[in-house]
Ligand binder design. Sequence first.
Ligand code: AMP
Length: 276
Amino acid sequence: MLIIKDISNLKSYLTAYQNKKYSIGFVPTMGALHKGHGELIKRSKNDNNKTIVSIFVNEKQFNSKEDFNAYPRNKGLDYDFCSDNDVDLLFEPSAEEIYDKEETILKNTYYNNILCDKYRKGHFDGVITVLNKFFSIVKSNKVYFGEKDYQQLKIIEKFIQEKYKSLDLVCVPTKRSKEGIAYSSRNEKLSKKQIQDFIGLHQRTENFLKSLEKSLDIETANQKAKDFIAKQDIEKLDYFEFRNNEDLSFNGKVSESRLFYAIYKGKIRLIDNLKI
Ligand code: AMP
C-alpha cells in the first residue's frame, strides 16, 4: 500500500492510473478507522480497479478547537486497517498541503438551519470546502459516503450535482454493532458505562419505532418522539425527530421518514439516523 502525503506525488500516481485506464474509487475519512469505514472501502474495492482512502482531520468543519483537538487519532492502527483492507493508496496530507493561508470557505446552501446545521454552525461549510479540494485533486470516478451522516450525504449529493457532475456518489448503509449502535470514531471516547447506556437507549428507541403505526404523519410521529425522548435519561440533546427521507422536511408519512438524533454522552456528541 502506498502512503502519500503530498499532492504532487499523488498526482503522478493518478496520472499513471489514468494512463492505464484504471477506474478509481475514493473514500474520504477523518481516520480512527472502524468497520463502518471498512464497508465503504469494501464497496469501492468491489467497484473499481484502484481504491484511494484519505485521512484528514479537517479543522474547518469543527466548531471548536477543543472538539478538533479531542477528535480520536490513531495513525498506526489506521495504516494497519487500510493495509488489511487492501487499500491501494492512502492519502494523508497536512493542513498546509490542502489549504492556502487565506483559504476561502465555501458556503453550503443546502438543508440549512435544520438538524446538525442548526447546532453546528458552519460545520457543513467546512465539509464542502474540504471536499471541493479533495474532489478536484483526486478526480476519482466514484466517491463513497455513509448513510450514518445522512444530512451530510444529502448535502454532498446536491454539491456533486452542482459542481462535479461526472462524479458518481455511492451511498453506503450504516454498519452497526451486534447491539445495533452505529460504529463511529467518537465511540472510542466513551467509557464502558456510557456505551452500555447508549446501547440501552438505542434498543428502547428501536422498540419505540416498532410500536409506531406506519400510516402516521411525520408531524404526529414527532409528537410521540418528543414524549418518548422526554422520558429518557439524556444529559443533553440537540434534536430527536423524524424527517422525510428525500428532502428532510416534515412532510409525508412516517413510513417515508427516518428518525434523526444528536445526543451527548458527557462531552461526546453522537449522531445517528434510523430507518422506520
Ligand atoms: P468520518 O471519518 O467520520 O468523517 O467518516 C468517513 C465516512 O465514513 C463518511 O462517509 C461516514 O458517513 C462514513 N461512516 C462513518 N461511520 C459509518 C458507519 N457506521 N457505517 C457506514 N459508514 C460510516
